[in-house]
Write a protein that binds this ligand. Sequence first.
Ligand SMILES: C[S@@+](CC[C@H](N)C(=O)[O-])C[C@H]1O[C@@H](n2cnc3c(N)ncnc32)[C@H](O)[C@@H]1O
Length: 412
Amino acid sequence: MTPTIPVDIDALLGLIQSATHSAVAEYHKSGHGVPSPDGSWPHPLDSAPDILALKHAIQLLEGACERLCTTLAQPAHTLLNRSMPFEAPCMRLVVEKKIPDLLEGFPEGLHIENIAAQTSLNTTKLRQVLRLLATRGCFKEVEDSIFANNRLSLTLLSSNPMSAIVATLAGENLRAVASLPEALVDPEYGASVAPDKTSFTYTVRGEMKNASFFDWYKTHRFDKAMIGWTFAAGEMSVVHNFPWATMPRGTTLCDVGSGVGTVSLAIAKAHPHISITLQDLPEPLGQAKVLWSDELPEALDAERVQFIPVDFFQQAPVAGHNLYYMKHILHDWPDSEAIKILRNVTRYNSPFFEDELVLNHIYLGSSSNDSSNTVGIAKAPAPLLPNYGTGNIRHYNQDIASEVLLIGLSSY
Ligand SMILES: C[S@@+](CC[C@H](N)C(=O)[O-])C[C@H]1O[C@@H](n2cnc3c(N)ncnc32)[C@H](O)[C@@H]1O
């Protein structure tokens, strides 16, 4: 048996200190200083897409803080806390009841009775919800039972697409994950790799039989949630870190499975010499047209953007574009389906691509030091877990979400 080596606490403290200094330096660079968690205005960096140094510092900090606490706390304490993810449905409630919107313009806060009356909710129960959230730093309890917005709750205003992703993750996603233990032992669903037999479709089987997640979403919210995710997860960095500026006028980009085309829209705004084709199923493309007409009508007028339906399992995307871009597509599907999509995308471009295929995809490393599986992944400094542990947890949660919603498996 391999002997257990104690975690080097001083090394963890050193990582926490250096990561903290790096994060603080990024805020000072912005000229606005370090944000206050109780601030009544967003910090200018809160919506900035491209601060890779800040992201890296936070990844280290979260990984190191959690490793330190898990090392020093009694296991039962850690496990009790982790078994109660109750904050998520509480966030969903405040988003759906638009409580951050209601508190706008009241930096001194509103009394819980006032908030409850305006939302038709029970005062005592709502206070429990807001107090739990305030205890995690989302909303500020200014005085006993008086709540105001702060930096986190301001990000949940209905005008911010983050509110849509919170509602989706804490709504149908959480419901699907919660049914994982039942779905995985169900004889019909447990071993299935069919997109209409997932933990998610298990939860909606009374409502829609044999429907996949995307069938269900044709009639439910989703695209606004993808906008929120794209911004929050830092996926806009492709807009600024890809050599668009050096590409000739008239370069064509085909966004396959575009949804409303959040990233493409940002590319079209920042690099008007790139022409864009969005391809998706007809319903999301309808929503895309609405969004683009509002946000960038000149691109529609100048025919710099086209909306062309495709079923990427049955058809190839339009031929002859210089770049084909896919974000959050392949990991939605089991390998057999992902291969069909890739075959179709490369159909007119074989042997393999004179043109470029750009994949915005997640790679997940093992949490073991012995793993040789490190493709595309930087290894975290010891004594962090090699995959950064909690510093990278969103990707592992996303992997579970892909599985419960669609049987997509992004890990290998
Ligand atoms: C996770 S979303 C990603 C959307 C977008 N690329 C983004 O990252 O915001 C997956 C997209 O695949 C689209 N999709 C699902 N099945 C499809 C199919 N058979 N053909 C074309 N698009 C499909 C969905 O409508 C959805 O917009």
